[in-house]
Design a protein around this ligand. Sequence first.
Ligand code: FMN
Length: 210
Amino acid sequence: MELIDALKWRYATKKMNGKKISDQDLNTIVEAAHLAPSSSGLQPFEIFVITDRDLLAKIQPIASGQSQITDCSALLVFAAWDNYSEEKIKSIFDYTLSERGLPADAMDAYRERLWAAYGSRDAEKNFEHAARQAYIAFGIAIAAAAELKIDSTPMEGFDNEKLDQLLDLPAKGLKSVTLLPLGYRDEENDWLVNLKKVRRPKESYIHYLS
Ligand SMILES: Cc1cc2nc3c(=O)[nH]c(=O)nc-3n(C[C@H](O)[C@H](O)[C@H](O)COP(=O)(O)O)c2cc1C
C-alpha cells in the first residue's frame, strides 16, 4: 500500500479484536522505529515491546482503562532519557565512530559543543528534548504499522508516573512518553471505524512561501 493510502486507512483504533500480529510484522514495525532519525543521532529513548498479558492487564488501569491495552497483540512503550549526561553522549559517539572505523577523537569538537549546550540545561528541558526524539520514532512506527495494515492507537492518555514505577523506569534513567498498542480493529464494535477522517483544511495551516 502506498504511504498516503496507508495513512488514510489508519485511524486511532478504539477497539481491537485480540488477534495476534505476526512476529515478522512486529519486527518490521520495531525496525522502522529503530531507523528513525534523532538529533545528533543520540536516539535518547528506549522502546519496550510488551506482549506479557499479565503486565498488559496491570498497565490497562494506568491507561484510563483503555481496552486496546489488553486487546492489542503487542504494546510499544516509548520512554525517553530523563536527562542527558556527558557519559551517555560520549558512549553513543564512541560507538558511531567505531562502527564507521573513524578515529576516536574525530567528533570531539562537535561532542564538546553539544555538551556545552545540553549540560547547562535542566533535566526537565533535556527530557523534553529527548521525548521529542521518541515522538519521531513513535510516528514512524505508526506509519509502518499502517503500511502493513496493522492497526494502532497512539496514546498519551495514561499516568506517566505510575507506568514509570510499574516498569521500573527511574532506575533505568527513563521516563515514559507514549504508548502504541498494535493489533487489529474490531470493525463491529469500534465506534470510530466508519467515521470520516477529519483534518484541518490544508490552506488553513500549511503555508507555501515560494
Ligand atoms: C500523541 C497522541 C496521543 C493520543 N492519545 C490518545 C489516547 O490516549 N487514546 C486514544 O484513544 N487516542 C489517542 N490519540 C488519538 C488521536 O485522538 C487521533 O490520532 C486524532 O484524533 C486523529 O485521528 P486519527 O488518528 O484517527 O486519524 C492520540 C494521538 C496522538 C498523536
